[in-house]
Design a protein around this ligand. Structure first.
Ligand code: THU
Length: 140
């Protein structure tokens, strides 16, 4: 897939539409704050997720959890571009925990849409802790 790594090749409108679609499925009866997330994978797939809340509030799954689960279940791959939105369609920042989740599967170069524009992941998670910090390499 030539050029998929360059920002011009990324169809951000398509990703935003997928995030909004995912958001429409959010299960957020407690916060009433639906979130949808979508990302482009390096093989051209688009993966997405919505938040799934729980009566045990702390058990809530962020939209990014579902997205990463779909990524791995669908054969893995690296995330190239990511966006997420709330129930009004506004672009929002992934929470701190989810930045760590995204780092694992996209690394420093993953492009993240923010309310201030599109930036690489290492701008929103500087000096990240990652696989390279562990004293043994990751195995599949
Ligand atoms: N939420 C996400 O799904 N992703 C984020 O990155 C930020 C927060 C959800 C969790 C909870 O269901 C709701 O937004 C309000 O915090």
């Amino acid at each position: 897939m030539a050029g998929v790594h360059s920002q011009e090749a990324i169809d951000w409108d398509r990703l935003r539409a997928r995030a909004r679609e995912a958001c429409s499925r959010a299960y957020a009866p407690y916060s009433r704050y639906g979130v949808g997330a979508a990302a482009l994978v390096d093989d051209g797939r688009v993966v997405s997720g919505c938040n799934v809340e729980n009566a045990g509030y702390g058990v809530t799954l962020c939209a990014e959890c579902g997205l990463v689960s779909e990524l791995v279940l669908g054969g893995g791959g690296r995330l190239l571009a990511f966006t997420c939105c709330n129930h009004t369609g506004e672009v929002i920042m992934p929470c701190g925990r989810c930045r760590q989740l995204l780092w694992e599967h996209g690394g420093a170069e993953l492009l993240v849409e923010t309310p201030e524009g599109i930036v690489p992941m290492d701008h929103v998670l500087p000096q990240a802790f990652g696989p390279q910090h562990l004293d043994r390499p990751a195995t599949a």
